[in-house]
Write a protein that binds this ligand. Sequence first.
Ligand code: ADP
Ligand code: MG
Length: 249
Amino acid sequence: MSSSNTDFVLAVEGLTVSFDGFKAVNDLSFYVDKNEIRVIVGPNGAGKTTVLDLICGRTKSTEGSIKFRNRELTKMKEHQIVRAGVGRKFQTPSIYGDLSVFENLEISFPRGRSVFGALVFKRDAEVLNRVDEVADMIFLKDLLHTRADLLSHGQKQWLEIGMLLIQDPELLMLDEPVAGMSVAERRKTAELLRRITKDRSVIVIEHDMQFVAEIADKVTVLHQGKILAEGTAEDVKKDEKVIEVYLGH
Ligand code: ADP
Ligand code: MG
């Protein structure tokens, strides 16, 4: 395994995880660029969610390396990986329903950046600015004081993305963010994703190939824990192996 530095934001090499002998991810290598939107697709059970679990440290790898900005993640704990700049959204939203949109964003602002008590005032202004900025980005600026459980399903998904954005991660990972969304909400989510990659890289797991084509710089097709194909959405859509195991049914 190479120990040299790379310009990739994320370099995954030879990654394997074995659950009681079953390799859910099997000798996987892929590389994500700065400002890239990478989409991972593949049939159910292909290992997509497990890849995100491995990157965010929720699952420990059996073998291989995950370098994020040249830092090895496989030996780090989940909270250290978050602090290093990796944000992860799970399939089910984990927002606080009884708090407002504003409060949900505010509590997600990273703590401990200002060391001195005298800077509390300055910090408050910083938090307010950032909440405003993020609320605008996630289309919820007019709903800042609405209780989160009153939002639509799509708005809840955006709020959770906002709760990650407020921490300003350099790599954001989203597991099926548009599942259950209306067509209009999907379109806005595509716009949101394009906006946020101006400063960061995003990995998205997604099934809707139309949405994939709209957002992806590059698509990685997983099958049985391995890469079946990789390229532009156009390329993978006409790949015979991909049609056979994934798109064809
Ligand atoms: P996908 O997200 O592509 O649908 P997953 O990554 O969720 O697939 O799962 C890949 C395979 O690994 C599945 O067969 C699943 O049952 C298995 N798997 C995932 N997590 C675990 C675990 N913690 N223990 C045992 N098997 C697991
Ligand atoms: Mg999954």
